[in-house]
Ligand binder design. Structure first.
Ligand code: CP3
Length: 344
């Protein structure tokens, strides 16, 4: 279908001469135009819930770098917020939430409607879609249940992964219930993003890293499959990309799922291994260490060239192995995009 964007064509199996490009955290503090709107909006949450500003911020990196896909500007923690958890973003510290303490909290969550409180997000999707050309795709997203649960349980970024793992062994029913509620809510949230105009969706499981195998299967592989399968059943044409960070060779377990169309590789994974073991089953995305874009120059270009060479004969989406950090010089991003388009 020629009216599809290069990004969607690639996810559907086409091999492009030059791969489609987008970057995790492509909108954000490294861009002066982002910082300007962020200051005008007030808090980070105010920015997420102002659909005019959020759609503008979503489009900023597309205008600046002519990327092939935009990612909805929002956050994985908007679901806990919509479930009624107090949420704030503390400058220099990251998110802070009222920790979930008891099964009673989960009963309250189960009854909550999240689509109403998140209406501004769907409005952002509609506005962004209207501002994008047909050759560009819009990616919707959500956090995978385990990663969202770590923030809900710890009340912020997980400082002690061992404590949460121990809690899972001691209170498996409690954690499973929370994962289950998040799974159900996330399915509805992603379908609503698709109905508002998202062309593909990505699930971020940043804290899949470090879980022992049977626990990873139960808390990450299983819930991600459940979400992706339900979304695909409801909206069969929409590709689903998985990004479970730091899972190493366990990546194989995800790419064997029928529900997984694309797989984001993190910067710690050997891309040659990924090409050999994942590249025949799903569309691989990403891999470049975001710190190489901070460094720039020959090391960045050499690593990009390695990825382009390894994946030249299979569908591949160029991206990072995690998000840009605020120290990233925008000029290095421009150089990288130019390099990919000259050497693809
Ligand atoms: O450009 C994009 O990638 C789209 C928007 C997006 C944001 N967060 C915006 C954001 C996406 C896809 C996310 C995902 C997200 N959020 C993840 C998964 C991916 C990953 O990075 O591991 C996680 C774990 C979160 C939770 C979160 N949000 C944290 C831990 C923080 C604080 C850390 C930080 O970088 O400040 C945020 C805040 C946040 N989310 C910012 C942005 C642009 C920075 C907020 C600001 O402008 O002050």
């Amino acid at each position: 279908m020629s009216n599809q964007s290069k990004f969607i064509q690639t996810l559907n199996g086409d091999v492009a001469a030059i791969p489609p490009i987008w970057f995790m955290r492509q909108a954000g503090r490294y861009l002066p135009e982002y910082r300007e709107l962020r200051a005008k909006a007030g808090s980070f949450l105010d920015l997420c819930f102002n659909s005019d500003f959020a759609s503008e911020v979503t489009l900023q990196p597309i205008r600046r770098f002519d990327l092939d896909a935009a990612i909805l500007f929002a956050d994985i923690l908007l679901i806990p917020h919509a479930l009624g958890q107090e949420l704030s973003f503390v400058e220099g510290e990251g998110p802070r939430l009222d920790p979930v303490v008891s099964p009673k909290d989960i009963d309250v969550f189960r009854k909550r409607d999240i689509l109403g409180p998140l209406e501004a997000v769907f409005e952002t999707v509609r506005k962004t879609k209207a501002g994008l050309g047909d050759d560009k795709a819009l990616i919707g997203f959500a956090g995978a249940p385990w990663t969202v649960a770590t923030y809900m349980l710890a009340g912020g970024p997980m400082k002690d992964p061992a404590a949460l793992r121990l809690r899972y062994y001691r209170e498996p029913d409690f954690i499973n219930e929370l994962i289950d509620v998040l799974t159900e809510k996330t399915i509805a949230y992603l379908i609503a993003q698709i109905d508002a105009g998202a062309d593909a969706v990505q699930l971020f499981d940043t804290w899949a890293s470090g879980l022992p195998w049977p626990v990873l299967d139960k808390l990450s592989v299983g819930p991600m499959d459940k979400i992706a399968s339900a979304v695909k059943k409801a909206r069969p044409d929409i590709p689903v990309i998985f990004f479970p960070k730091g899972v190493g060779e366990k990546a194989i377990e995800y790419v064997h799922l029928k529900s997984c169309d694309g797989f984001g590789i993190d910067y710690a994974m050997d891309p040659a291994w990924a090409r050999a073991h994942l590249g025949e089953r799903v569309v691989v995305q990403g891999g470049l260490d975001p710190l190489l874009v901070v460094a720039g120059g020959a090391p960045m270009e050499k690593a990009a060239e390695t990825l382009l060479k390894l994946f030249h004969d299979v569908p591949y989406v160029f991206n990072l192995g995690h998000g840009f950090i605020p120290e990233t010089p925008p000029e290095h991003v421009a150089t990288l995009v130019d390099f990919i388009r000259r050497n693809g």
